[in-house]
Ligand binder design. Structure first.
Ligand SMILES: Nc1nc2c(ncn2[C@@H]2O[C@H](COP(=O)(O)OP(=O)(O)OP(=O)(O)O)[C@@H](O)[C@H]2O)c(=O)[nH]1
Ligand SMILES: [Mg+2]
Length: 345
C-alpha cells in the first residue's frame, strides 16, 4: 500500500510544462514535487534525460503517478514532437501574459491532441484580481482560437516560486493544480459521466438526435436530425470508447455510427451528419466534453467542429438537420446525455 493509503495501481501519466521562457515551467515542476513530498508520496527531482535538454520530475497525487518532462522553452516544440504526452501544464506569467512561445506551444499542443491545464503564475507579483481576470480572459481566448474548450478549462492562479521554495502559504493553489491535472487527463478507463446507452437531447429544443426514416432505416447515408422523443430504436445510441479519449455513437436500430458526411477530409461548416457503417474514420470519432449544467459538446476528431442543429438556437422543428459547425457556444450545440436503462433499451 502506498504511503497515502491508496490501494491498487495508480495510472501513470506523462506530462510536460509548456510556456514562454522564464514564465516558470521548471519552478512549477519543482513545486509539484514539493507538494507530493509534503504528503509523503514518492518523488524524483529533475533527473536529466541523456542526449537531450529534458529533465524528468516524478511525483504522485492521490489518484495518479506523474512523469513530468521539463525543458527550456525553445526546446518545447521538439519535446511535443518526440514525446507522447497525456497532458501538459501551460505556465503563463501574470506579469507578461500571453507571449509568442505561449501561442506557439498551444498551437503545437493542440496539433498533438494534448489536454492542457493552465497555471497563471507569479500571482505573488500580480496580486490585483482584476488584472488576473483580464489575463485569464486573454488565455481563454487564445485556447479557444486554437480549438481548445477554453471557456471551461482549468486555469489555476498561483505562485510556483512560493510553492516550491516559500513558507507554505501558496501550497493550496498547487494542490488545486494537481487536482486539475487529475481531472483533466484521460486515464484509459471509461469515464463515469458518460452513459453507455443514451438519448441525446439538444438543449435549445428538447428534441433528440434521431436517424431519419424511423427504426427500419438502416442505409448508409440516412440523415440525422432532431425529433421529438418517441422512444424508437433510431433515437437510442450506444456510446463506445474507441481510444485516445474518443467515442463512437452507434444507433441501436441500424448498428451504424454517427458520421460526418464527406469523410475525414471534410472540415467545412455545414457538412451534414448522417449514419454510416463503422470504418474507423476520424469523422466517426467524437470527443465528449462537459460545457456546464450537465450538457456536453461533441467534437469531431477530423475537423474539431461540433455536433450542431442547423438554424441556430431558435430552430426547434422536428426534422431539422444536424451538421458540424464551429463551436460558438449556442444551445443548439449543447447536448444532454440521458442514460437509457436496460429495461428501456
Ligand atoms: N516572483 C515569482 N517568480 C517566479 C515564479 N515562478 C518562477 N519565478 C522565477 O522566474 C524565473 C524563471 O523561472 P523558471 O522556472 O526557470 O522558468 P522557465 O519557464 O522554466 O524558463 P525556461 O526554462 O528558460 O524556458 C526564475 O527566476 C524563477 O525563480 C513565481 O511564481 N513568482
Ligand atoms: Mg526551465
Amino acid at each position: 500500500m502506498a504511503a497515502d493509503g491508496f490501494q491498487g495501481a495508480k495510472p501513470e501519466s506523462t506530462i510536460a510544462s509548456l510556456g514562454h521562457a522564464g514564465h516558470g515551467k521548471t519552478t512549477t515542476a519543482s513545486a509539484l514535487v514539493r507538494i507530493s513530498k509534503a504528503a509523503g508520496r514518492r518523488t524524483g527531482a529533475g533527473e536529466a534525460i541523456p542526449g537531450s535538454s529534458i529533465r524528468r520530475f516524478e511525483y504522485e497525487t492521490p489518484l495518479r503517478r506523474y512523469r513530468h518532462l521539463d525543458c527550456p522553452a525553445g526546446d518545447v516544440p521538439d519535446l511535443l514532437k518526440t514525446q507522447s504526452l497525456d497532458g501538459a501544464v501551460l505556465v503563463v506569467d501574470a506579469m507578461d501574459s500571453v507571449m509568442p512561445q505561449t501561442r506557439e506551444h498551444v498551437r503545437q499542443a493542440r496539433a498533438a491532441d494534448v489536454p492542457l491545464v493552465v497555471l497563471l503564475n507569479k500571482c505573488d507579483r500580480v496580486k490585483d484580481p482584476e488584472l488576473q481576470d483580464l489575463i485569464e480572459t486573454e488565455i481563454r481566448m487564445l485556447l479557444n482560437t486554437h480549438g481548445y474548450n477554453g471557456d471551461y478549462m482549468h486555469i489555476v492562479r498561483g505562485s510556483a516560486q512560493e510553492a516550491a521554495h516559500g513558507d507554505g502559504i501558496w501550497l493550496g493553489e498547487f494542490n488545486a493544480l494537481a487536482r486539475a491535472l487529475d481531472e483533466s487527463l484521460p486515464d484509459g478507463r471509461p469515464r463515469s459521466d458518460i452513459p453507455a446507452r443514451a438519448r441525446l437531447v439538444a438543449k435549445h429544443s428538447g428534441k433528440v438526435l434521431d436517424v431519419d426514416g424511423g427504426d427500419a432505416k438502416n442505409d448508409d447515408g440516412a440523415r440525422v436530425q432532431q425529433w421529438d422523443w418517441v422512444s424508437w430504436d433510431n433515437q437510442k445510441w450506444s456510446i463506445e470508447p474507441v481510444g485516445d479519449g474518443y467515442y463512437r455513437l452507434v444507433a441501436k436500430h441500424s448498428g451504424k455510427v454517427l458520421d460526418v458526411s464527406g469523410g475525414p477530409g471534410e472540415t467545412r461548416n455545414g457538412a451534414r451528419v448522417h449514419q454510416w457503417s463503422w470504418v474507423d474514420g476520424d469523422n466517426q470519432k467524437w470527443h465528449i466534453e462537459p460545457v456546464g449544467d450537465g450538457y456536453y459538446r461533441l467534437i469531431a476528431k477530423h475537423s474539431g467542429k461540433v455536433l450542431d442543429v442547423d438554424g441556430g438556437d431558435a430552430k426547434n422543428d422536428n426534422g431539422t438537420i444536424v451538421q458540424q459547425w464551429d463551436w460558438v457556444g449556442w444551445d443548439n450545440q449543447k447536448w444532454r446525455l440521458e442514460p437509457i436503462q436496460d429495461s428501456h433499451w
